[in-house]
Design a protein around this ligand. Structure first.
Ligand code: ARG
Length: 589
């Protein structure tokens, strides 16, 4: 189905052509002045300029040609030559009924779907996920959902950080704690593997921060960690075995987090998975003269004359012979080109890594691994505390994602109790609902901001059932579900939608904007356009419900049936739209 703006653009386009003008000037948008019309077209101004005539006269001629068009109730020219268009009731009702019978609620796929790779979340093995990973996870997941809804062929990859210095640090810190483990023996082989992991997640949580702090003061310790990292990468069997143990232990924790957030990846790959490609990649870069020696290391120069800021070279092999963060990113592109062949890569990673991605993308182009134009860094700002700095725990440490999810659920439960929500639910259902509400609060708070904007973490506001929040949106959905449930219990049926009240018209116009909002969100890689849309929809529904509160008591069967169908159409779109943000609406609340 085609939305109103497009239909009207198609209606006006030929008139612009007839005037000898570019039909693209006919672009129609929702009106900034709803008192003057539902839609507007500003093309007569530019068109008249081209022709050297009065824009009002041109606008009048265009509208004259549209006289008798059944879609339109009224047209007018305002100001210097703005064309205002008001839709007829029939057009509104027909579109409303089309929307109501479309399970996709007006959403249409892109004409040319792409193979898209979304690299997001990026948690580090052996380090707990922190709130910085939350944004990457939530935004990346929404982009993968939006991409799929538009028909793109999306492959998502978590790209775990598991091949850097943090693993070397853990190895030496474990060596100090348990030197007798077989993994440290120079002659370790697979027959010496112990099924029981040498560490728990709690151990890792404790060991990593301590080792990382010590490294900052103890140069020799850092040297040891570097050496261990290099040996691991060269394939020392005992270290590879430890790497495997760390992975397994971390995986349990990571899966728990992602499941709690209802987030899924097609690929659970990590940096270490491309180790097999690195030697060859380095060799080829050397042969092509792309990689050059620099103080004992090997680098790829990526600076360009037009750079406003200095872009340092990408470090391909360190002086210890280790592959670096950029090296594994490059090798991962090599693998993705072979296995996924993406036409578009989206890297959803903190904006503070933008220089890293500039280096990687340029190096990929230079090494002939991929094309820079297909590689995009989708950066985002930070989630701050009330002090305006990246969010920390009260004691100043980074807050773990797991703890954050738990506190959101607890606060959601509290808010539900305070507001009298979910009272008729069993304890278990109430708990499930609180979890859905808590994650909705967290996700919506994040996704309702433009991704590059920093925002302040405010649990109390996020979990509120009032205002621009996830719980508010869920509640509007639950309200419609309850209405439809009661209607069906009373045997009331739906009927074709009639657009009688101004609030109904506003609701239909909002519903009609869904498709454009979703497309825009993908084009700009910005889920907040969807968040804005669903919020507007919930508000429009709420206004309609205030204007027409007793739908079930309505005596006129046709009117009652129409309102029920309209409510169902809103619910469908609300569920789809929130679904694109990774938010579910509970059955009851
Ligand atoms: N593990 C990295 C970090 O915690 C993020 C990985 C992002 N993705 C990538 N392809 N580099 O900072």
């Amino acid at each position: 189905m085609i939305d109103f703006a497009t239909q009207l653009t198609h209606l006006l386009g030929p008139q612009f052509s007839k005037e000898g003008l570019d039909p693209n000037l006919a672009e129609v948008r929702r009106s900034a002045r709803p008192d003057l019309g539902d839609f507007q077209c500003n093309g007569a101004l530019a068109g008249a300029k081209q022709k050297g005539e009065n824009p009002r006269a041109l606008a009048d001629r265009i509208l004259e040609a549209l006289r008798g068009e059944t879609m339109l109730r009224e047209t007018s020219v305002a100001g210097p030559g703005f064309i205002n268009l008001a839709l007829s009731e029939t057009a509104l009702a027909e579109q409303a009924n089309r929307l109501a019978s479309d399970p996709q609620s007006g959403l249409t796929p892109v004409p040319r779907p792409l193979r898209v790779l979304v690299d997001f979340a990026g948690p580090n093995v052996a380090k707990p996920m922190h709130v910085g990973h939350l944004r990457a996870t939530v935004i990346g997941d929404s982009l993968q959902r939006i991409g799929r809804a538009l028909g793109h062929h999306v492959t998502s990859d978590a790209h775990f950080g598991d091949w850097g210095l943090q693993i070397g640090l853990l190895i030496i810190s474990l060596e100090d704690e348990q030197p007798d483990l077989p993994y440290f023996k120079p002659d370790y082989n697979e027959s010496m593997w112990l099924e029981t992991p040498p560490v728990t997640m709690e151990d890792l949580d404790r060991m990593y921060p301590a080792a990382s702090a010590r490294m900052k003061e103890d140069e020799a310790y850092k040297e040891r960690a570097r050496k261990a990292t290099a040996e691991l990468q060269k394939g020392r069997p005992g270290y590879l075995a430890l790497h495997k143990h760390f992975w397994k232990v971390s995986q349990v924790a990571l899966e728990r987090e992602f499941t709690a957030l209802n987030i899924h990846f097609d690929l659970w790959k990590g940096e270490s998975d491309v180790n097999y490609l690195i030697q060859d990649l380095v060799k080829q870069c050397k042969e092509k003269g792309v990689a050059v020696p620099d103080q004992g290391a090997l680098v790829i120069q990526v600076a360009r004359p037009e750079d406003k800021k200095e872009v340092p070279p990408l470090l391909l092999v360190s002086s210890e012979g280790s592959a670096m963060y950029g090296t594994t990113d490059l090798a991962t592109i090599v693998e993705r080109e072979r296995e996924v062949r993406p036409e578009l890569y989206l890297y959803v990673v903190d904006q503070r890594q933008s220089l890293h991605f500039t280096q990687v993308f340029r190096a990929a182009e230079k090494a002939g691994v991929s094309e820079e134009s297909r590689l995009e860094h989708i950066g985002f700002g930070t989630m701050n505390g009330t002090d305006g700095k990246p969010f920390k725990t009260r004691s100043g440490g980074v807050i773990k994602l797991h703890d954050l999810i738990t506190s959101c659920t607890e606060r959601a439960m509290l808010k539900m109790q305070e507001g009298g929500y979910g009272q008729e639910l069993s304890d278990q259902d109430r708990q499930t609902t609180a979890r859905l509400v808590g994650t909705a609060a967290l996700k919506f708070a994040d996704l309702s901001n433009y991704r590059l904007t920093d925002y302040v973490f405010d649990l109390d506001r996020f979990t509120s059932f009032e205002g621009k929040t996830g719980p508010y949106l869920q509640f509007q959905g639950v309200r419609i579900k309850a209405l439809l449930r009661k209607a069906s219990e009373q045997g009331l049926s739906e009927a074709p939608i009639q657009v009688l009240l101004p609030e109904e018209k506003a609701l239909v116009l909002t519903l009609d904007g869904f498709n454009a909002a979703v497309h825009l969100a993908f084009e700009k890689r910005a889920p907040h356009f969807v968040a804005e849309h669903v919020y507007g929809l919930a508000q429009a529904f709420s206004t309609f419900y205030v204007a027409s509160p007793k739908i079930l008591d309505e005596k006129d069967e046709a009117v009652r049936g129409s309102r029920l169908r309209l409510a169902r159409a809103v619910l469908t779109q609300l569920e789809l739209g929130l679904g694109l943000l990774g938010i579910q609406i509970p059955e009851r609340m």
